[in-house]
Every structure is written in C-alpha cells, then in structure tokens.
Design a protein around this ligand. Sequence first.
Ligand code: NAD
Ligand code: TYD
Length: 372
Amino acid sequence: MEENTLAVQYSYDSSENLYPRRVLVTGGAGFIGSNFVHHWCNAYPEDRIVVLDALTYAGNRQNLATLEDREQFKFVEGNICDRTLIDKLLEEEAIDTIAHFAAESHVDRSILGPDAFIQTNVVGTLTLLEAFRHYWNQHQQPDHYRFLHVSTDEVYGSLGPEDPPFTETTPYTPNSPYSASKAGSDHLVRAYYHTYNLPTIITNCSNNYGPYHYPEKLIPLMCINILLGKPLPIYGDGQNVRDWLYVLDHCRALDVVIHRGKPGETYNIGGNNEVTNLDLVKMLCRFMDELASHHLPVKPSMDLITFVKDRPGHDRRYAINSSKLKTQLGWAPLVTVEEGLRQTVGWYLTHRHWWEPLLSEEYQAYYRQVYA
Ligand code: NAD
Ligand code: TYD
C-alpha cells in the first residue's frame, strides 16, 4: 500500500480551496493527531500547520520528526487549558481552523484515575472553545473558520448483538470515565454552535489502528508482546466487538469534513469492520508468524493468548453507521482490515526503535497495575 498516493486520492480537491488554510492541531504529537499532520502536510503543502501538544506520556515529538524542517510546520509545547497561550497562538499564527485531537484517550487509565480526563477533555475543550469564540468575533465571524472536534463512538454506549449500528441521532449513554468526559466535551461543542453560532463540527469515530499507536492500546500491545514473547492479555471472554478503521482513512474523513462539512453537524466515521477481540488478536498472531517467522521467541504466537480479568464496565459492542458522511460528503474507507492490519504488524516489526523507549519504568508500573 502506497500511503501518499492514497492520501492524495481521497483528499479534498485543492482546486476548490480558495486560499491556504492555517490549521492549529491540538494533540498533534499523539497517535491520530500525528497521522493527521502527516496526511495534511502531504496533501496541502501550502497550508500552515501549528501543532499544540503538552507531550504527556502519550505525546511523542518523534512522530513528527520528518516534518520539523518544513517552513510551514511549527511545533509548540503547551497545554490546551492555557488560555493565554491559545489566545496568543490564534492571533500570531492567524489561525482559521482548529483540529482538536488533544485528549486523555485510554479507557483503562480513566478507570484508574478520571481527574486528568475531566481536566483535559472537558476543561481543555471549553478553554479552546472560549478562546476561539472571542478570536472569531474579533475577526468579524469569517464564514470559512472551523472548529473540528474529534470524538469517539464510545459516547453512544454499548450495543447488544442484534442492535443496529450507532447513527448521529443515537442517544448518548457513556459508560466509562473516558467516554463520559468525551460526551461532556461533545455537548459543549454542540452548545457553542447553537448558542454562539460558532462554526463547530463534531466527528464520532470508531477504533483506529496504524502507525504511531501508543503501546498501551490493544493492537500495539499485542504486536509488541508477540515480539517480546510475553502473554497476550484478553479481557473477559474475548467476545467484545469493536469496529476497526485504519488511521489514514480516519484522517481522510476529517479532511473532507473540514473542507465540505456543515457547521453544527455531527458525522459518524467507521470502517464497517466488526471483529471480536479474540478474532482480532488471532489475526495479529497469524500475520506476525508469517512476517517474522525467525524472530519470534514463542511460535506459534497464539500460544501466548491468555484470558485475564475483565475491564470494569467493559462495553460489549460498538458498530457505527457512517452513511451520512458517505452520501453527503463523498467519503469511503480505502483500506481493508486485512491489508491495514498486515501493514500495521509490519510497522511494529520494523519500528522497534520507536516503541522500545516507550516501555519505560512508568509504563511498566502502569502495566503491573492493570494486568497484575
Ligand atoms: P493519544 O492519546 O495518542 O494522543 C493524545 C495527544 O494529546 C498526545 O499527544 C498528548 O500529549 C496530547 N495531550 C493530552 N493532554 C493534553 C493537553 N492538556 N494539552 C495539550 N495536549 C494534550 O490519542 P489518540 O488515540 O490519537 O486520539 C486523539 C483523539 O481522537 C482523542 O480526542 C480521542 O478521543 C479521539 N478518538 C480516538 C480514537 C482511537 O481509536 N484512538 C477513536 C475515535 C476518537
Ligand atoms: P482499547 O485499544 O483499549 O480501545 P477501547 O477500549 O477504546 O475500545 O481496547 C480495544 C478492545 O480490546 C476493548 O474491548 C478492550 C480490549 N482489550 C483487551 O482485551 N486486552 C487489553 O490488554 C487491552 C488494552 C484491550
């Protein structure tokens, strides 16, 4: 799969672009944010990209290393709760678009300690909204300004086996501190459109996978543990279902939403790939055995599968209906789950230098807490 070709193929046609955008990307050093920045810089080299990231445990400047020399790229280390900094960045950089990814994003960490989730996901989003509202008003409310809020399907809660997939009108029923904090931020973003006319758009996406995914999440954790010959911990009976989307397909959807989406709207984004956790892990084992046959401490990797105590409040099933995005804005995912997972397994195999330094003492302490 040639990433750059796919990126260009599914981006907004730049001939429709009236002028280069000036985009503030919050959380741009994290997993999806950094993939988005790479996508955007490839597709729109004339646009200004300013990344604002607090570099928490999940933020990694290495993810952006190949962009650091570009004239139109700037990295700023800072917190989305810092109003003074945001006011200054909006003015100095003449920002017209905010792509808001910054968040505490891991359900298991939210169960261990919800405070940071409320602070960043709710208070941080409010701070950004307030700053953008004042800035937009001061500039006479230009039509083309956008505030894109990147959210999750987890706000909709859990589905039964026969339930239809989530649509944009499914009521919110978040079940974890993480999804509750994202739901709170979604409500604020919505309210800023209805109350102040601020041109906000919300996207709710299913589980992403791909390069630069921090080791604590299911897919990277399993890839890394296979390579290290460590147990593959599956929560409960392994029959929980997630809908998986390749991260660049998500980025292309956000691209289309920024350029063509309607302020005040919500768009669901999903891959239409419902898989149980157990089947997914088996697939990863199979790909790793094929790709790394001589380098694995334990083979077949499936021998490492271990069922562990379930996550509290573990949502049983997510599935998402993205027909609104497809029919109204013309997006469709390009990467099949088979192709995307194989490529991702290959990435973790060849990027040991990226993930090994992340397995720090702090990470090991977190790991013991969750899996002890
Ligand atoms: P991530 O944890 O990999 O990255 C989050 C980034 O935000 C990190 O770089 C971190 O340093 C930064 N950050 C955290 N707190 C900050 C703060 N207070 N100020 C500035 N920066 C801060 O997360 P991700 O998986 O890339 O998710 C990005 C967004 O997409 C999140 O809002 C998440 O809710 C949403 N989302 C994720 C998925 C998924 O499958 N990962 C699916 C749907 C939606
Ligand atoms: P995760 O990657 O944490 O995403 P989310 O909780 O946001 O969906 O987990 C994906 C699924 O994998 C979820 O059902 C929980 C499960 N899981 C395990 O079974 N074992 C693990 O070690 C992890 C991290 C997740």
